[in-house]
Design a protein around this ligand. Sequence first.
Ligand SMILES: NC(=O)c1ccc[n+]([C@@H]2O[C@H](COP(=O)([O-])OP(=O)(O)OC[C@H]3O[C@@H](n4cnc5c(N)ncnc54)[C@H](OP(=O)(O)O)[C@@H]3O)[C@@H](O)[C@H]2O)c1
Length: 343
Amino acid sequence: MKYLPNEHRYDSMVYNRCGRSGLKLPAVSLGLWHNFGGIDDFKNARQMVLCAFDLGITHIDLANNYGPPYGSAEENFGKIMHKDLTPYRDELIISTKAGYDMWPGPYGIWGSRKYLIASLDQSLKRMGLDYVDIFYSHRFDPDTPLEETMSALDSAVKQGKALYAGISSYSAKKTKEAVKILRELGTPMLIHQPSYSMLNRWVEDKLLGTLEKEGVGCITFSPLAQGMLSDRYLNEVPSDSRAGKSGTALSKKLLTEQNLSNIKNLNSIAGKRGQSLAQMALAWNLNKSQVTSVLIGASSIEQIEQNVAALTNLDFTNDELKEIDKYALEGDINLWSTSSEAG
Ligand SMILES: NC(=O)c1ccc[n+]([C@@H]2O[C@H](COP(=O)([O-])OP(=O)(O)OC[C@H]3O[C@@H](n4cnc5c(N)ncnc54)[C@H](OP(=O)(O)O)[C@@H]3O)[C@@H](O)[C@H]2O)c1
């Protein structure tokens, strides 16, 4: 059936300026890391992307290796673009990345110019796009000169294959260096994509301050700690959940008695605010002025709808923030908790 988007899609979404750039991003963005691959239900994946667009989520985040198998999330997204969203290409911000293992041999991983440019060409083909809006270096490569990785991003922009450049999971120190190199090349860094949640605070040390000072936007990934900050695991580990499936990045081992007890206490705080735990976790993340957008994952349209509804209650009292810290900082959950810079 022909897809016709919701006419009211821009009525209630919040759009935040990305650093000191001209670009605004939706406060909630959708990532296609899990549940959009070749092994997943395509019908559900398509419904989720279209539901997101109908709710004003104009930003879809991908990477070369999202799937499984690698590349299949981009292929599936390409099909959805082609079938439903081509008329709306100019209403969308589509990003992809390269940095993790993608194909065999030394040119299919890390941060060389050879890998980044070849990978972006492949991503464009898989998605059937002329350009992406944001191209990221997915992680810092300790063995490639930073100048080489940044100049590959700059080339992608100057060749018109990407409109903006970004980096992901770089430390504050390497971010500062990367910002300077890109500025000198004439391609200002648009955005940094770090992990950040109530349970994972590494960005608070120096990174957020650096981004603010340099005028770089911040889109935080895994703001729900891959689903742990939701009602998903309060009573059991459902077989269709990320922790319940094999081959995902969320290990059941993290759901210890202590962590679950903290999650239940956080859930009670959310209940007192009239929110679900997932909604409170997203609102808490957006409460940091440096955060442009929270980058969620989802396995159903109901989750996306619930998460966007978090935007109706973004304020916290100091007492609430203190109580959240009491439970969130007590556990031993250590997911993506550092930048990927070696040393
Ligand atoms: N740059 C990087 O290195 C990097 C790394 C990781 C992720 N990312 C990006 O960030 C995106 C999001 O990461 P993520 O998927 O880990 O984010 P997340 O939002 O922390 O976790 C998403 C998972 O939480 C559960 N969930 C979502 N909303 C829910 C709700 N309302 N109620 C109950 N459960 C809910 C779902 O789990 P179930 O599937 O179990 O239902 C969903 O798959 C990725 O898609 C990717 O684009 C980037």
